[in-house]
Every structure is written in structure tokens, then in C-alpha cells.
Design a protein around this ligand. Structure first.
Ligand SMILES: Nc1ncnc2c1ncn2[C@@H]1O[C@H](COP(=O)(O)OP(=O)(O)OP(=O)(O)O)[C@@H](O)[C@H]1O
Ligand SMILES: [Mg+2]
Length: 438
């Protein structure tokens, strides 16, 4: 039997690459090999690939990012994950970011064959349903309010040039979504979009992750490595939570923006790069500048174009549209049908202030879809939504009552983060916990 499907295999371990190649050749598949995500992206761009098989843990850019990139650019290409680190969490995240199936190392040739057949079979099946919806999923900014129209108008104006963009907005307002839609609606959309969470990478690693390093730059640097900036060449790097970058990283970033060149850690030479930078934060950089924890000159370089994503409470007319999207999404996922919301619950959704913005709305709907039968009623909504309603402006309360309601409000605003809530209330966490118990 002659099979001519092109399979791209990505693994930083050459031995695994060769093993996979041997097996796949003997099964009559044609293979392409890549030892890094960067190489894989180049091959994907130039070649018609029928199946992507990738490792998850790789230095520089990992397999999750590759799967996400491939899901955005090649939604119909099945993706199979091969990994030596089996854990439910990895499997879930891989599948969430678009992988079709999961294979744990070491595997037999037969297991590989079954995995490949299964993944390839989804290709033809999915084509009709998913083609448009998957690509749309990432770019679609829902909303008809003036506030959100302003945002989409700016996106339209700037998407095709490489000016640095700064996105501000409260947590959960859709900053990352805005960044993605700038990239994917613009003319560099076939180039990589690399998202870096500056708050998620330990401070001492951020510099080398961003810019790469040379062999011997520090203990453990046994090789030359490229950074996120080099990986994003030609496309967009999204620096999320930029307020968390150390001053050392900030001064390097300033240089990148000024000179359009990066320097690997431990390297003397610089290299030219062509990358659009989008930065985002929900912290108040002006305040940080006053405290000298954020460089003012960097701030001005970053804010060539500014987009402020408005909080949901300032565009309440978008609530029903957004709710609809999530009802559809989770109805499909959990109940296999479209779930409706009764009038009372609708009114509650509409009146609530949504301190956690769209992410909070999404979580509330997701939970309610799981809890409800066919229609979401007040009983399916979390307590926090009801407290706000039960808090009429002119009602006079005892101090104790007032304290209780206020604690609830702060907890809701911090999405139940007790550490943050205690900070805001200016009491210690133990006190807060005992008050919650009461
Ligand atoms: N206008 C919108 N239309 C559809 N979905 C949206 C919209 N805005 C946000 N979302 C969804 O809400 C969720 C949160 O958005 P996103 O992650 O972009 O927020 P964020 O501002 O980056 O939040 P954080 O500051 O917490 O990182 C995502 O699932 C996103 O797809
Ligand atoms: Mg974000």
C-alpha cells in the first residue's frame, strides 16, 4: 500500500526523530524533520503537511506554542503530541491548544501507527465543520458597543504595520485577544505570533528566554540558544504582563526597540531583528514609573500606539452577545445542545459589574451550563452575583452586616484570591479566613 502523506516530526532529541522517521518510512509515509519549533514553522510555511507530530518539552519555544501556532494557521492539519513527560495536565493543555491525540514515550511501532491513522482520519472528517470556525475563534472580538468599536477600528488601522503597540486594560478584558487579532488579521499573519508571559518566567531566566544566550554565558548554558525574539522573526512578539519585567530586562528591551537589534546573553555582537512588539499589562505603569520600578523612556517607546480595552461594566450592551457566545461554546461542549437563560438570570447577568470582566463572565456561564438542566436560572449562578444585587443603595445595615457584604464584594472583585483580598482590606489572611468562616 502506498501512502504519500507528508508528516512533519518535531523533537529536539535527534534519536527520537530518527526512530520516528524509520517507523514512519516503513509505514510508507513521507517525513520532514525539525529539531526546533523555529525550523518546524519554516517547513510548515513552505510545505503541504498532512500531519504534525511534535514533542512538548523543547528548549526555546515549546511544543504547546507550536500546536497553538499550527491551530491558528493550519486549523485542518491534525496534530499528534509525543512526549516523555506523561501527565494529565500536559495532555489536557495539549488537547486544549489544539492537539488531536497524545502518545507517551516510549511507544511501540504499532501504537505509533494507530495514533497516526487516528489523527489523519480526523482531517477529512473535520474539514467541513471546523474550517472557518477554528480560525475565527481566535480573531473574533465580539461586541457592538461604541467602546469596543473604537478598539476594532484602531486594530484595522494598525494591523499591517510594525509600530509598537501597548495594550492596557483590567484583568480579563481581552488584551491577549486584541493582540492576537492584530497579528492574525494583518499582513504578517503567516509569520509567527509568540506570546511571552513576562510574569510567568522567573526573573533570572527572562533575559535569556527573550534574547537567547551563547554557550558558556552562565552555568548550564551548554549550547547556543535562540530566544523568543529570534523565534518571532518577521512576525509579532507579545510581551504580556510587561510590568513584571526586571529593570535589567527593561533596559535590554529599550535597546531592542531603539536599535531593532538583539544581543544574546553572553554575546558581544548584536543581530538585527524584524519583529513587531505588542506589550500588555493590567498594572499601572505610570505609578511604577513614579516609584522608579518601570523605566519612563521604555514606556514612551512602548506606547507608540495605545489601545485601552474597556472594562465590561462600561459596555454592558455587549453582555448578551458575549453570553451567547459562551452559551454556544459550553452548550456544545457539555450538553450537546444550546442552553438558554431565563429572564431573571438574564437580568442578574446584566446588572452585575463584572470585576473580572469577560473572563469572569465566561467562567460563570461555563459553570452554569454544567449545573443547569436546559435553562440557566438564578440558582445556577454564583452567590457573588446575587450579593451585588441584594445590596440596595439606600438600605441601612449594621456594621457587621456591612462588613460581611464588603468582604464578599472584595472577594468577588479579586476572583476569590484571598491573598489579594486581604491586601485590599488591609488585614492579614488569617483574619480574613476566620471572617469568611463566620
Ligand atoms: N470581545 C470579546 N469577544 C469574545 N471573547 C472575548 C472578548 N474579550 C475577551 N474574550 C475572551 O475572554 C477571555 C479573557 O480574555 P484575555 O485572555 O484576552 O484577557 P486579558 O485581558 O489578557 O486578561 P488578563 O489580564 O487576565 O491576562 C478569553 O477567553 C477571550 O477569548
Ligand atoms: Mg492576558
Amino acid at each position: 500500500m502506498l501512502q504519500k502523506e507528508n508528516i512533519l516530526i518535531v523533537d529536539d532529541d535527534i534519536n527520537i526523530l530518527e526512530l520516528l522517521q524509520r517507523h514512519l518510512h516503513s509505514l510508507n509515509y513521507h517525513t520532514y524533520k525539525a529539531v526546533s519549533v523555529k525550523e518546524a514553522v519554516t517547513i510548515l510555511r513552505d510545505t503541504e503537511i498532512d500531519l504534525l507530530i511534535t514533542d512538548l518539552k523543547m528548549p526555546e519555544v515549546d511544543g504547546f506554542q507550536l500546536i497553538q501556532f499550527a491551530s491558528e494557521h493550519y486549523p485542518n492539519m491534525p496534530k499528534l503530541v509525543v512526549t516523555g513527560y506523561p501527565s494529565v495536565q500536559d495532555a489536557l493543555s495539549a488537547i486544549k491548544s489544539g492537539a488531536v491525540d497524545y502518545l507517551v514515550k516510549p511507544f511501540t511501532k504499532e501504537e505509533l501507527k494507530q495514533g497516526v491513522l487516528k489523527s489523519l482520519s480526523t482531517k477529512t472528517k473535520k474539514k467541513t465543520i471546523a474550517e472557518s470556525s477554528v480560525t475565527k475563534k481566535y480573531n473574533e472580538i465580539i461586541g457592538e458597543s461604541e467602546a469596543i468599536k473604537d478598539v476594532t477600528q484602531i486594530i484595522d488601522r494598525i494591523k499591517d504595520n510594525k509600530a509598537t503597540i501597548f495594550i492596557s486594560g483590567e484583568s480579563g478584558t481581552g488584551k491577549e485577544l486584541v493582540a492576537r487579532s492584530i497579528h492574525y488579521s494583518g499582513k504578517f499573519s503567516r509569520k509567527p505570533f509568540i506570546a511571552v508571559n513576562c510574569g510567568g518566567i522567573p526573573e533570572n531566566l527572562l533575559e535569556s528566554e527573550l534574547f537567547g544566550y551563547v554557550k558558556g554565558a552562565f552555568t548550564g548554558a551548554n549550547d547556543n540558544r535562540e530566544g523568543f525574539f529570534q523565534a518571532a522573526e518577521g512576525g509579532t512578539i507579545f510581551l504580556d504582563e510587561i510590568g513584571n519585567a526586571s529593570l535589567a530586562v527593561q533596559s535590554r528591551l529599550l535597546r531592542v526597540l531603539q536599535e531593532k537589534e538583539v544581543m544574546k546573553v553572553g554575546e558581544r555582537k548584536t543581530e538585527k531583528i524584524d519583529v513587531r512588539v505588542i506589550a500588555a499589562t493590567n498594572s499601572n505603569l505610570k505609578e511604577m514609573i513614579a516609584k522608579k520600578t518601570f523605566r519612563e523612556d521604555l514606556f514612551y517607546r512602548l506606547t507608540v500606539v495605545e489601545i485601552n480595552v474597556p472594562p465590561l461594566r462600561e459596555r454592558k450592551e455587549d453582555i448578551p452577545l458575549l453570553a451567547d457566545k459562551f452559551l454556544f461554546k459550553y452548550g456544545n461542549e457539555y450538553k450537546d445542545r444550546y442552553i438558554t437563560v431565563d429572564t431573571e438570570a438574564q437580568a442578574l447577568l446584566q446588572r452585575y459589574d463584572w470585576p473580572g470582566n469577560i473572563r469572569e463572565l465566561e467562567n460563570v456561564i461555563q459553570r452554569a451550563v454544567i449545573m443547569c438542566d436546559r435553562t440557566i436560572g438564578i440558582k445556577d449562578l454564583p452567590e457573588t452575583l446575587k450579593y451585588q444585587i441584594d445590596f440596595p443603595k439606600d438600605e441601612l445595615l449594621s456594621l457587621k452586616e456591612m462588613e460581611k457584604k464588603y468582604i464578599q464584594k472584595v472577594l468577588a472583585a479579586t476572583l476569590n484570591n484571598q491573598t489579594k483580598a486581604a491586601e485590599i482590606l488591609n488585614i492579614d489572611r488569617k483574619t480574613l479566613r476566620s471572617k469568611i468562616k463566620e
